[in-house]
Design a protein around this ligand. Structure first.
Ligand code: KIV
Ligand code: ZN
Length: 551
């Protein structure tokens, strides 16, 4: 890298917009959405999708609620052309969905494009040519006037062929490609020249798409460019202003959101942000950002998991684990303090007393997009007692008392640290069982029976101590007290029961009860024990033995 980047790079000039309005606006409704997965997304793949893959993705987009879908570049290849024909001839396009096609300002390409659309119900023909200084100079070697003439000629060639689409509802779209790097005055001039050809009206609008083809500045600059056009272009009411952002500086979402505040009506993007270089805008993020503010995004991602599967299968791309809303880990907390806060937040939410979602660390309820709560808290060596307790409770119904969580949490944490990886709930249960439920040395319970009369209980038990059988009898104000007394008489260390809790286990273990007991030794030291049995009384006696074995 250069010591002084200014010798090679320069800042992007700001737009003169002294009275800008967008910073004080808020979003109130969803834009018109257009998916460009099957065109811009497809163009960016090392191996473009075949017809079957494009169809599967098209059907997924329809299911999500897209009403405008750019299905391809039909003049670019036979596959692209064939895909259009398949959609139309096999009636795969719902009546309320418009298919959009992209075409350059070349007569032969426009001819082929129009041909690909014959018989469709609703279409958008999308014409583009590049307008930025670098493109004018390097790619085309043309003056501003000549570049404008390309756009005008392309617009005219399309207009001349519209009679071939009788019976088809046609909307026209123009993109000054590389708009974000184009002088706003020139972008306006070219766009108005295209408008002069197409003659849009408020009843019969055209789409003016203003692409952030390559992000060359901060998103506020793009917003200024959009507001500048919205304010200065003629006949604004005859236009649908559309945004199409890429993600070179990682601000595609921000640019779109600010562009909407700046007056745009429509957004183009792809699922999961597939697209050229760093990708197109991930439409899911913008839609879900609206959703998390209580605005109906008019797109439905309830079945995010199947969308992920279809996308990965069709495009061969993988979704990064941290991709907002859709990534594998975006609702997951490994850190102990986060887990604790989430656990408390979810418990409060489940009481149903608060009208609005306000759970720490979770921007939305993961369940709304088909994610499971079991994904939220996962345990590795960074996790604390809260996460361990949450998994045991949510997966197996093991409701560890708070104090016992403090004892078992560090034990589990040490074991997980030794493993050096994430552990599953089943593994935590096995650790718990080994530490408490399956402890049978030095004491092992073989048989227990207690009878009570007038508040006094007498117990008889057979236990093994270091493998040696002992017959115990004792008395107390309950079966546990009687058993504890019999143990002391048999030479066990003296202790008293400090805390006791029991409950039925859930699901697979529903025939079993679990008991937790805390014992207190004369010096004040405490130990926890747990016992499991179909008989609740036996579960508690086993819990006493478990605690005794852990002294
Ligand atoms: O990024 C872009 O500028 C495009 C245009 C064709 C709209 O994809
Ligand atoms: Zn693009």
């Amino acid at each position: 890298m250069l010591k002084n980047p200014a010798t090679k790079y320069r800042p992007f000039p700001p737009v003169q917009l002294p009275n800008r309005q967008w910073p004080s606006r808020v979003h109130t409704q969803a834009p018109i959405w257009c998916s460009v997965d099957l065109r811009d997304g497809n163009q960016a793949l090392a191996v473009p999708m075949n017809v079957a893959q494009k169809l599967e993705l098209f059907q997924t987009l329809v299911k999500c609620g897209f009403k405008e879908i750019e299905v391809g570049f039909p003049s670019a290849s036979n596959t692209e052309f064939a895909f259009n024909r398949l959609l139309i001839e096999k009636k795969h396009i719902p009546d309320d969905v418009a298919i959009q096609v992209l075409v350059q300002a070349r007569e032969d390409l426009i001819e082929r494009t129009v041909e690909s659309l014959i018989g469709a119900k609703k279409v958008i023909i999308h014409l583009y040519n590049s307008t930025s200084p670098a493109q004018r100079r390097v790619v085309f070697g043309k003056t501003k006037e000549e570049v404008k003439a390309i756009a005008v000629q392309g617009a005219q060639w399309i207009k001349d062929r519209l009679h071939r689409l009788k019976g088809t509802e046609v909307m026209l779209q123009y993109s000054p490609e590389s708009f974000s790097a184009t002088e706003v005055e020139f972008a306006k001039e070219v766009s108005e020249a295209v408008m002069d050809v197409w003659q849009p009206t408020p009843q019969n609008k055209m789409i003016l798409n203003l692409p952030d083809t390559v992000e060359v500045a901060m998103p506020n600059v793009y917003a200024d460019q959009i507001e500048w056009i919205c304010t200065n272009i003629k006949n604004r009411e005859s236009l649908i202003i559309s945004l199409h952002t890429h993600n070179d500086r990682s601000t595609g979402v921000a640019a779109t959101e600010l562009g909407l505040l700046a007056g745009a009506d429509r957004v183009e993007g792809t699922l999961f942000g597939n697209g050229e270089r760093t990708g197109n805008l991930d439409v899911i993020i913008v839609a879900m950002n609206l959703y998390m503010h209580g605005i109906d995004p008019k797109l439905d991602f309830t079945d995010m998991n199947s969308m992920r599967d279809v996308y990965e299968r069709c495009t061969g791309m993988t979704i990064p684990a941290r991709q907002p809303y859709s990534g594998e880990l975006v609702f997951t907390a490994f850190s102990g303090s986060h887990q604790d806060a989430i656990k408390k937040g979810l418990a409060e939410w489940e009481k149903g007393e608060r009208p609005h979602w306000d759970v720490p660390y979770l921007t939305i309820d993961p369940a709304d997009i088909g994610r499971e709560y079991r994904e939220v808290i996962r345990v590795n060596s960074q996790s604390g007692k809260g996460g361990v307790a949450y998994l045991l409770e949510s997966q197996f119904g093991i409701e560890l008392p708070k104090d016992m969580q403090r004892e078992f949490g560090p034990i589990a944490n040490d074991l997980v640290d030794t493993l050096g990886r994430e552990v599953q709930a089943e593994e935590l249960k096995a650790m718990f069982w080994k530490e408490y439920v399956e402890r049978e040395t030095p004491w092992r319970l073989h048989h227990f029976h207690a009878d009570g009369l007038d508040g006094t209980f007498r117990s008889r038990a057979t236990v093994f101590r270091d493998g040696k059988e002992l017959a115990l009898t004792g008395e107390g104000n309950g079966p546990i007290a009687a058993f504890v007394n019999s143990l002391t008489q048999a030479g066990a260390p003296k202790f008293e029961v400090g805390y006791y809790k029991e409950h039925a286990l859930s699901e697979g273990d529903s025939a079993f009860a679990i008991a937790y007991i805390q014992i207190r030794l004369p010096g004040g030291k405490t130990r926890w024990g747990a016992g499991v049995d179909t008989n609740i009384e036996l579960a508690s006696i086993k819990a006493v033995v478990s605690a005794l074995n852990r002294i």
